[in-house]
Design a binder for this molecule. Sequence first.
Ligand code: 4NP
Length: 145
Amino acid sequence: MTSVLFVCLGNICRSPTAEAVFRARSANLGIAIDSAGTGAWHAGEGPDPRSRAEGERRGYSFEGQTARKVTVQDFYDFDFILAMDASNLSDLRDLRPNDSQANLSLFLPDGSDVPDPYYGGPEGFSRVVDLIEFASDFWLAQMTV
Ligand code: 4NP
């Protein structure tokens, strides 16, 4: 079974949104999906209410999501580890064991960042969902060929 882990900094805004969108779009394909943060500040918390509100407004479910920090074991458990920005990718490269087979990549296919919406206004949260919907379709196509 294909498995994918979405990673951002706090695991309360971008990667939970990616988890929710990807779960909806890959329904019935049997892909295992999770998300994690490179930082542990919000571990144990649910998704940020602003991300949750914008995602739910667009029909996505955040049910059952709890923030956690990425682990070394994740590099053995997941086929794809997709980072929301270049800083997340750099942190993941530092953590990655040499014998990991995971496909570690930026999430946006053009190599740009999903901007961190945490300290900004509502338009940032809306833009995050737009970008994640676009990139999810790209990765789904990669995983289902
Ligand atoms: P995320 O956003 O990485 O998309 O979950 C953030 C959440 C929390 C913080 C930064 C970014 N923070 O600094 O606490």
